[in-house]
Ligand binder design. Sequence first.
Ligand code: UDP
Ligand code: MG
Length: 323
Amino acid sequence: MDVLTIVIPCFNEQEVLPETVKEIGNILTSLIKNRKIDRRSKILFVNDGSTDNTWNLISKYSKTYYYVAGIKFTKNYGHQNALIAGMTAAVRYSDMIITIDADLQDDVNAIPKMVKKYYEGFDVVYGVRNSRQTDTFFKRKTALTFYKLMRKLGVNLVPNSADYRLLSKRATDSLLAFKERNLFLRGMVPLIGYKSAKVFYARKERYAGKSKYPLNKMIHFALDGITSFSIAPIHLILYLGIVTVIISVMCMIYTIIEKVAGHVVSGWSSLMISIWLLGGVQLISISVIGEYIGKIFSEVKRRPRFNIEEETYTKKMENTSDK
Ligand code: UDP
Ligand code: MG
């Protein structure tokens, strides 16, 4: 039987954690009982620099339940880095890894279905929401626009799937071979290839606590996704330049006509407009290029993606026998 590890990033999740352990623990233990997965299978919490009681809870559960373990970051490194850390630790001992949010918005009953798909031979199983009724109108709309925009920019995403998915050991290894610092995992997974399947579920309300992705973080994440995966914005500058040149040629013709007609001083408005227009276009273009240079800057530094202060996972996995 194969070992499953469920990786759960947590940032200030003390309100939901007791329920998360209960629900996901139930799923895991019943899979073990039904001999679907090995009994060394675990829930691996990654505490992403929480400032509340989250880590205390995780280490308590880690002592109480044989199937719970935790990793504690030294500070907040972000959701995507927490996923990478969890997968990096888990891949050594697991045959399959499921990543899921701590807030129980994603239906945990999809987990056995994902495992089933894994045994059918799929290396990647996406959790796909078939309804977003519980999301606000605004979130639904912006998410949809984002997926459409990404497609236009040539980035292949599985619509309505986020970071709820199963990856086999070799798929995880392939994903971890991507060494970039600007992480956008949902865009990276389709790039590793492998046979993939989808499991559909209805997205629920957050069980408790507040969203850790306020609007500004969401916009940042979306922009990161675009500039990490597509150089279309740089191409757009080319079109912007071409349009500007066409406009300036028209301005030139107009200027010559005015000159011939003898209204020489009347060119003030067109001059003002041109200066501001060109200035604006240039600033936009420089900032777009700057965005990419910033990306290169942060990539070439090759800084570590996270730092671990404490963890209870390795010891647990080394201690339990192979039988
Ligand atoms: N999260 C994290 N680090 C962060 C922000 C979020 O580990 O800096 C975790 C959070 O605890 C949760 C998951 O990422 O398990 C998704 O966050 P959330 O549910 O708040 O996002 P939303 O569903 O509102 O997009
Ligand atoms: Mg959520």
